[in-house]
Design a protein around this ligand. Structure first.
Ligand SMILES: CC(C)(COP(=O)(O)OP(=O)(O)OC[C@H]1O[C@@H](n2cnc3c(N)ncnc32)[C@H](O)[C@@H]1OP(=O)(O)O)[C@@H](O)C(=O)NCCC(=O)NCCS
Length: 289
């Protein structure tokens, strides 16, 4: 291996190095891509990538996103790790460990968490992480279209993105149990990759990612500044009758009748310096990096 390894910490100003980061991600993760998200200029101050470079190439990385968390009713600053990996041909040489150690030094004693895939369940405990469960929430809900349909908007449009980010920055956390605020730039990553439900704008301050399928409405996330009249909202989100709801977050505030219907088997949540609630909860799907 080359001895010219150097650790570089990439932030939003390092746009000349973002393509190298995107190439690394594309080689390590089949389903993750940062190119469109970077083109959309979504890399913000809260996101730092701890990259091991060999020349122009990123060999290994661990990224940390500073999060404004809500944990059991308390506002807490923490970090979410993501894009942890190493190029296949350089694995087994301690490179991911170096990147992880740099990212964790940045996090200090703050709570840190991440959502991982099943191939690394034994990897994160080496760095002081413990697994924690996530739950699925659903409710019976008979509803028909009512009121003015909320228009579907496209985050590929820069003006829409700006308006969405403003609303997301002002939105209150969707849950008190384990959630976050001001993570619009994570939600735009899902949209940039085609992984988010359609985004509907109910008004300037209320934006909802939702999608109906076979009579079940998945409300993936709600970005709203104030209280939401959910029954009225549902009527505006659907164009055919529904019989049930599924929620991408803990719905104790928005739809208290929803119940935990099981464990989210493939969530892969790991936590460090973070006491998670015994009560069922689901960190918002579109806030996961
Ligand atoms: C998992 C991964 C990051 C490890 O990278 P790496 O550079 O080979 O890891 P390192 O050489 O730094 O290994 C550090 C330690 O973790 C161990 N380790 C490596 N991969 C592991 C795995 N998948 N599960 C458990 N332990 C693992 C190593 O044996 C080593 O242990 P040691 O210090 O006792 O010798 C790499 O295989 C990868 O990129 N996988 C695909 C991407 C991915 O799934 N990332 C996680 C996203 S959530």
């Amino acid at each position: 291996m080359s001895t010219n390894l150097s650790l570089r910490v990439l932030g939003p100003a390092d746009s000349a190095l973002h393509p190298a980061y995107c190439d690394y991600v594309a080689q390590v993760f089949i389903q993750a891509d940062f190119r469109r998200w970077c083109d959309w200029q979504q890399w913000g101050e809260d996101y730092r990538a701890f990259c091991l470079f060999d020349g122009e190439r990123v060999l290994a990385n661990a990224s940390a996103w500073r999060m404004r968390l809500r944990v059991d009713g308390v506002e807490t600053e923490g970090f979410q790790l993501g894009a942890v990996g190493c190029l296949p041909e350089f694995r087994g040489q301690g490179l991911a460990r170096q990147a992880m150690q740099a990212a964790l030094a940045h996090c200090g004693d703050a709570p840190v968490f991440l959502f991982c895939n099943e191939t690394v369940l034994e990897f994160y405990p080496r760095f002081g992480f413990s697994p924690a469960p996530q739950h699925l929430f659903a409710a019976d809900c008979v509803a028909t279209p009512e009121g003015a349909p909320a228009p579907i908007v496209d985050l590929a449009d820069a003006a829409v993105r700006d308006a969405f980010l403003r609303a997301a920055a002002a939105a209150r956390p969707v849950s008190e149990r384990f959630a976050a605020r001001d993570y619009g730039r994570i939600a735009t990553w899902y949209a940039a990759n085609g992984y988010a439900s359609p985004l509907r704008r109910l008004d300037e301050d209320t934006w909802v990612f939702a999608q109906a399928e076979d009579g079940a409405l998945l409300i993936e996330d709600v970005f709203a500044r104030g209280p939401v009249d959910v029954p009225a909202m549902i009527g505006r989100l659907i164009d055919a009758p529904i019989h049930s709801l599924r929620l991408g977050f803990t719905p104790e505030r928005l739809w208290p009748r929803a119940v935990a219907v099981g464990v989210e088997d493939d969530a892969g949540l790991f936590v460090r310096n973070l006491a998670v609630l015994a009560q069922p909860h689901r960190f918002p799907l579109l806030a996961r990096t």
